[in-house]
Ligand binder design. Structure first.
Ligand code: NDP
Ligand code: BG6
Length: 513
C-alpha cells in the first residue's frame, strides 16, 4: 500500500471566504464529513476533542452534514459514549436558551465503534458504519489519533486500507509526541508516509492554536512599530516561559519516557520561537509560513549541555497540605532522573538574531501557571534620564510581554514621568488586556485546529521538515543527558524552580521576567 490509498485532500481546499465566514449551506449539501476520534475513551478526547467539536457545532462552524465516531478498544455503546462526553460539553455564548437542545442534537450525531488498533477487520467494520451514516453523499473523512504513539502506525495502516474515503478527502490529525529524538521521529514519519501523503498528515501542536500565538504574526507584520525593532539591534534577549502549578498528575507513565524538554520545549516553545523569529513570509499561505519557520529553525545552534539546567520537583508541605514529589507517582520509577523542569539558552545564527539569547524555561509543579513571551529591549543609548533612574539601568529598559495564558494580554513596559512638579520616573504598562478589550470567551486551541483540519488549512500544523529541524536542535543534548545520567536539581513542589536557572540566565546577562 502507498500514499494513494488515502485520497489527497488538496483539491478540496475551501476558498478563503470559508475560512473566515461560516460554511455556506449549498456547498455542503452533497458532501458530508465523518470525524473519527481514535482513542475516544481517553483523557484528551474527553477533555478537549469532543468539547471542541461541540463548540464548533454550537457556533455553526461545522458543515451541515457531519457524523462523529468514537473508536477505541473499550467496549462502549453509542449511549455510553454520549453519557461519557455529555458532562464535558459547554455552551460558550448563551448558556441558557438552546444549549440543552444543541447538546442533544450534537450527541445524536455521535456514535461509537469498539475495535483493536491493529485490526484491519475492525476498521472494515467501522467503514461499513461510516458508509451508512454518509447516506450516499460524497464523504470526507477526518481521523484524530488521540492514542499513545506506539499505535499510531497500526491505526494509519488499518484505516488507510479499510476506512479511507472512497471519493472525498481523507486527513489524519496526529497528536504529539512525534518520536523522542531525530531518529525515532524520522522513523515515524517514514512509516506514516507508507500510507499517507504529507498533505494528509496534520501534526498538531495545540500551542499554535492559542489565540495569542496566532496573533504573533499580526502583531509583527501589521503594525509599523514592532517589526523595525525586531532584531539584534534593539532586542537584548527573548524569554519563552511555560509554567504549571500542578505536577504530572495521572500522566506520569507517559511523562517519564519523555521529560519536560520533549514535552514542552522541543514543540510548544520552539514553535512559538519560530513564529517570533522568522523572516516575513512571502504570503500567508501555509507553505510560505512554514518555509520561513524551517529556515529559522535550521539557523539555530544545537543546544549545548552547558546551556541547559534541569530540575525535578520533590514533595513539599505547605499550610498543612502536602504535595507529592514526582517520584511519589506510582507509575514513575523511584530513581527516575526525568526532568520536570528545564531552562535553556538557544541561539539563532543568522543576520537578524546573531548573539541574542533566546531563553526558554518550562516546568511543572511551580508556584504559578503561565505561558509568556517576554522581549527585553536594549538600553536607551545616552539616556538623558540615566541619573534619575539610579544605577540599575536594566530596570529601565522596555519590555514587551505577550501573555499567552492565563488572562491573555499584551503589554509594553515603558518609563513615564510621575505627574507632579518634581522629576520622578515610574515604570508603567501600555496594557492590552484581552478580557477588557474583548469581553468574549476565547475559543480553545483545539477548536481552531480542528476547524483548520476540516478546512484543509495547514498553516498551524507542523510539516515534516520543520519537525526534523526541531529535533536536530535538541537531540544531541537529550542524548548527553541520558548517557551521562545527569541528575536534575530538586525543587519543592510549588516553588519557583531550581536556582540553577538564574545562574544560566546570569551567564547571558539576563534576568528572568
Ligand atoms: P490516554 O492514555 O488516555 O489514551 C487514550 C486511549 O488510548 C485510552 O483511552 C485507551 O483506550 C488507549 N490506550 C491507552 N494506552 C494504550 C496502550 N498502551 N496501547 C494501546 N492503546 C492504549 O491518552 P490521552 O488521551 O491522554 O492522550 C492521547 C494522545 O494525545 C497521546 O498521544 C498524548 O501524548 C497526546 N496528548 C495528550 C494530552 C492530554 O492532555 N491528555 C495533551 C497533549 C497531547 P482503549 O483502552 O479504550 O483502547
Ligand atoms: C501538553 C503537555 O502538550 O500541553 C502537557 O503534554 C501540558 O504536559 C499541556 O500540561 C499544557 O497545555 P495547556 O494548553 O494546558 O497549557
Amino acid at each position: 500500500l502507498n500514499a494513494v490509498s488515502f485520497q489527497d485532500g488538496l483539491s478540496e481546499n475551501s476558498p478563503i471566504e470559508d475560512q473566515i465566514g461560516h460554511l455556506s449551506e449549498s456547498k455542503h449539501n452533497e458532501t458530508t464529513i465523518s470525524i473519527t476520534v481514535v482513542g475516544a475513551s481517553g483523557d484528551l478526547a474527553r477533555k478537549k476533542i469532543f468539547p471542541a467539536l461541540f463548540a464548533l457545532f454550537y457556533e455553526d462552524w461545522l458543515p451541515e452534514h457531519f457524523t462523529v465516531f468514537g473508536y477505541a478498544r473499550s467496549k462502549l455503546t453509542d449511549e455510553e459514549l454520549r453519557n461519557m462526553i455529555s458532562g464535558t460539553l459547554t455552551c460558550r455564548i448563551d448558556k441558557s436558551e438552546n444549549c440543552g437542545d444543541k447538546m442533544e442534537q450534537f450527541l445524536q450525531r455521535c456514535f461509537y465503534h469498539s475495535g483493536q488498533y491493529n485490526s484491519e477487520d475492525d476498521f472494515a467494520e467501522l467503514d461499513k458504519k461510516l458508509k451508512l451514516k454518509e447516506e450516499g453523499r460524497k464523504p470526507n473523512r477526518l481521523f484524530y489519533l488521540s492514542i499513545p504513539p506506539n499505535v499510531f502506525v497500526d491505526v494509519v495502516r488499518c484505516a488507510s486500507r479499510h476506512a479511507s474515503s472512497p471519493t472525498g478527502w481523507t486527513r489524519v490529525i496526529v497528536e504529539k509526541p512525534f518520536g523522542r529524538d531525530s531518529d525515532s521521529s524520522a522513523e515515524l514519519t517514514r512509516c506514516l508516509k507508507q500510507y499517507l501523503s504529507e498533505d494528509q498528515i496534520f501534526r498538531i501542536d495545540h500551542y499554535l492554536g492559542k489565540e495569542l500565538v496566532e496573533n504573533l504574526s499580526v502583531l509583527r507584520f501589521s503594525n509599523l512599530v514592532f517589526e523595525p525593532l525586531w532584531s539584534r539591534q534593539y532586542i537584548r534577549n527573548v524569554q519563552l516561559i511555560f509554567s504549571e502549578d500542578f505536577g504530572t498528575e495521572g500522566r506520569g507513565g507517559y511523562f517519564d519516557s519523555y521529560g519536560i524538554i520533549r514535552d514542552i520545549m522541543q514543540n510548544h516553545l520552539l514553535q512559538i520561537l519560530a513564529l517570533f523569529a522568522m523572516e516575513t513570509p512571502v504570503s500567508l499561505d501555509a507553505e510560505d509560513i512554514r518555509n520561513e519557520k524551517v529556515k529559522v529553525l535550521r539557523s539555530m545552534r544545537k543546544l549545548q549541555l552547558d546551556d541547559v539546567v534541569i530540575g525535578q520537583y520533590k514533595g513539599h508541605t505547605k499550610g498543612g497540605k502536602s504535595f507529592p514529589g514526582y517520584t511519589d507517582d506510582p507509575t514513575v520509577p523511584k530513581n527516575s532522573l526525568t526532568p520536570t523542569f528545564a531552562a535553556a539558552a538557544l541561539f539563532i545564527d543568522n543576520v537578524r538574531w546573531d548573539g541574542v539569547p533566546f531563553l526558554m524555561k518550562a516546568g511543572k509543579a511551580l508556584h504559578t501557571r503561565r505561558a509568556e513571551i517576554r522581549v527585553q529591549f536594549r538600553h536607551v543609548p545616552g539616556n538623558l534620564y540615566k541619573r534619575t533612574f539610579g544605577t540599575d539601568l536594566d530596570k529601565t529598559t522596555n519590555e514587551l510581554v505577550i501573555r499567552v495564558q492565563p488572562n491573555e494580554a499584551i503589554y509594553l513596559k515603558i518609563n513615564n514621568k510621575i505627574p507632579g512638579l518634581s522629576m520622578r520616573l515610574d515604570r508603567s504598562n501600555l496594557n492590552l488586556l484581552y478580557s477588557s478589550r474583548y469581553p468574549i470567551e476565547i475559543p480553545d486551541a483545539y477548536e481552531r485546529l480542528l476547524l483548520d483540519a476540516i478546512e484543509g488549512e495547514r498553516r498551524l500544523f507542523i510539516r515534516s521538515d520543520e519537525l526534523d529541524a526541531a529535533w536536530a536542535i535538541f537531540t544531541p543534548v537529550l542524548k548527553e543527558l541520558d548517557t551521562d545520567k545527569v541528575a536534575p536539581e530538586l525543587y519543592p513542589y510549588g516553588s519557583r524552580g531550581p536556582v540553577g536557572a538564574h545562574y544560566l540566565a546570569a551567564k547571558y546577562n539576563v534576568r528572568w521576567g
